[in-house]
Design a protein around this ligand. Structure first.
Ligand code: 6PG
Length: 251
């Protein structure tokens, strides 16, 4: 990736990172609300966004944000029940969704507990078709998609060497992740490219090497999944100092 093309922000620690992204979310939500009366955002799973979600549920942001017209989606989900410890929905629900007044019908959960992963993907694709807003030209879009980054360069459940990396027609697909020996449901690159804004949150020293590689400061031969993001989808990188430790300099 050409680091010069992307905005890279670095913060001292995870709380500061979460607060900064919460303020960016606030600006984007208020802008979207003023333009269209709605805000459609896909949440990331994993552990990094937990602090962001608790920040969004803090009293000042609960008051400031247009929760009643916000639609929540998920970038991916593990194929477990929604109350399972590994559920991205459960994490988001406990840290954010239970604390803000979003109409239940605006929380678009990936129903990944269904025993047929492909059916889960088909159903979520229809959910996106039915609920995402359209531009005047009829193009579906998200106002914002949040992503995390794995040490192997995966985003959502777009893992290296998986067929889903090459899915172009569908917005949602089921993927069996060999190294995790589990099924996931994930947005595809085609769906992620529908985002007006993409924020990638990365924290921790275990991400320093992948950050140095994908942001162009450390030569590497393979192409990581995150580097397959459509050129049009220039992400905003929010890092903590541990994840940015190997970056020669961040302009
Ligand atoms: C998931 C996420 C995944 C995550 C990265 C980073 O379901 O786990 O979608 O893409 O964002 O693996 O995870 P951490 O934030 O836990 O490092």
């Amino acid at each position: 990736m050409n680091p010069g093309r992307h905005s890279i922000m670095v913060y001292p620690d995870l709380p500061a990172l979460g607060q900064a992204v919460a303020q960016r979310w606030r600006r984007l939500a208020i802008q979207a609300h003023s333009e269209t009366g709605q805000f459609h955002v896909a949440l990331s799973g994993g552990t990094t966004p937990r602090y962001l979600y608790t920040q969004l549920a803090s009293p000042d942001l609960v008051e400031a944000l247009p929760w009643g017209t916000t639609h929540i989606y998920f970038g991916d989900e593990r194929c477990v029940p929604p109350d399972h410890n590994d559920s991205n929905f459960r994490m988001a629900s406990e840290t954010l969704l239970q604390h803000v007044s979003i109409p239940q019908q605006h929380i678009h959960r990936i129903e990944a507990e269904n025993p047929a992963p492909e059916l889960c993907a088909i159903r979520y694709e229809k959910c996106l078709e039915d609920n995402l807003p359209c531009t005047p030209q009829g193009r579906k879009y998200f106002d914002l998609i949040l992503l995390g980054l794995g040490p192997d360069g995966h985003i959502a459940s777009l893992f290296p060497d998986s067929d889903i990396l090459h899915e172009q027609a569908k917005l949602v697909a089921a993927v069996y992740v060999e190294k995790l020996q589990s099924w996931r449901i994930s947005l595809t690159f085609t769906a992620i490219a529908l985002a007006r804004h993409i924020i990638i949150l990365v924290a921790g020293d275990n991400k320093a090497d992948i950050i140095a590689q994908v942001l162009g400061y450390k030569p590497h031969t393979i192409k990581f999944p995150v580097e397959m993001l459509h050129e049009s989808a220039a992400p905003e990188w929010y890092l903590d100092t541990a994840a940015a430790a190997l970056l020669a300099s961040v302009d």
